[in-house]
Design a protein around this ligand. Structure first.
Ligand SMILES: [Zn+2]
Length: 301
């Protein structure tokens, strides 16, 4: 895509000319559940619990890690397990190719981690609409790559709630539940206003995982029970947005340069021609007395 096309896309996005799918008025308090990093634990432990509650969730996978470390606690889901999640109505999201830091990296790295990772997942039959920033890191350039790759939305790890809009579709907040108590959880979900959305981010759901990235199974169940009993609406994040605007047709820079150069030479030729015509007129009238009328002075001065 040319720079012009990218600029136009970002202009459309930032100008708010494209209305999200979620504008249907709803006063329900919405929660999006996220499970990051593609742990096998999400398939063997989380999926059955979600199905018990009738909840849908988004699973952010790291493409190069799919199917890794099988047989260990740090086992990652393989493509077969991801397909079962999809069949169960869950969303598979892209969490990059290698979970690398994206700030201050080359164009090639951004291409690989954001665009190519999406293409690989789609080649395996998954419809990829959501991007998840590793470590929650992003800036304008990264956002532009995410938009250009055709993602519908992207999530960070900043605490907060939101109302879906074109301005925030690529910087959605996500509240990380790891290490938090039930009181912390209640305080966060109760901060979601009517019609608003809160994203909750989980990693391991286990009684054995690393404390800093794990929520015990019983606490997780209690949290889902709270959501159910208090009538929160559990939605997939991608359902809150419509497809991003299609980029305008790409105009190669060589053609643009040619058009500008032609215009420049055209104007130059016109000015030269006009000057010569004037001179010729002055030569042919030089034998005649000079008119002092305002009209002639206007045209021949
Ligand atoms: Zn992650």
């Amino acid at each position: 895509m040319s720079k012009l096309a990218v600029m136009f896309t970002v202009l459309l996005i930032t100008s708010g000319t494209v209305v999200p799918a979620s504008t249907a008025a709803s006063s329900s308090r919405k929660i999006c559940l996220f499970f990051d990093d593609g742990w096998e634990n999400h398939y063997s432990v989380v999926l059955p619990i979600l199905q018990e509650f009738g909840f849908k969730a988004t699973f952010g996978v790291i493409v190069k890690y799919i199917g890794m470390n099988r047989g260990t606690f740090f086992s990652r889901m393989n493509y077969t397990e991801l397909s079962f999640l999809k069949q169960a109505g869950m969303e598979i999201a892209c969490h990059t190719m290698t979970h690398t830091h994206l700030l201050n990296v080359s164009k090639e790295v951004l291409d690989e981690e954001i665009k190519r990772a999406k293409q690989v997942l789609e080649a395996h039959g998954f419809q990829i609409e959501t991007f998840i920033y590793p470590y929650g890191e992003f800036n304008d350039t990264i956002q532009r790559y995410v938009a250009e790759a055709g993602y519908w939305c992207a999530r960070t790890i900043e605490r907060g709630v939101f109302f879906p809009s074109e301005e925030n579709r690529y910087s959605l907040p996500g509240w990380v539940a790891d290490t938090k108590t039930m009181d912390d959880f209640v305080s966060f979900v109760e901060s979601v206003p009517p019609g608003g959305v809160g994203c909750i981010v989980y990693h391991f759901i286990s009684d054995e995982g690393p404390a800093e990235t794990t929520v015990p199974v019983n606490l997780f169940r209690k949290q889902l029970e709270y959501l159910k009993e208090n009538n929160f609406e559990i939605v997939l994040v991608s359902s809150l947005f419509s497809a991003p605007p299609a980029p305008p047709p790409t105009i190669p820079w060589s053609i643009l340069t040619l058009v500008v150069a032609s215009l420049f030479y055209g104007i130059a030729l016109f000015l030269i021609f006009r000057r010569r015509t004037r001179k010729r007129r002055e030569t042919t009238t030089s034998g005649s007395p000079v008119s002092s009328s305002p009209l002639s002075s206007r045209y021949f001065s």
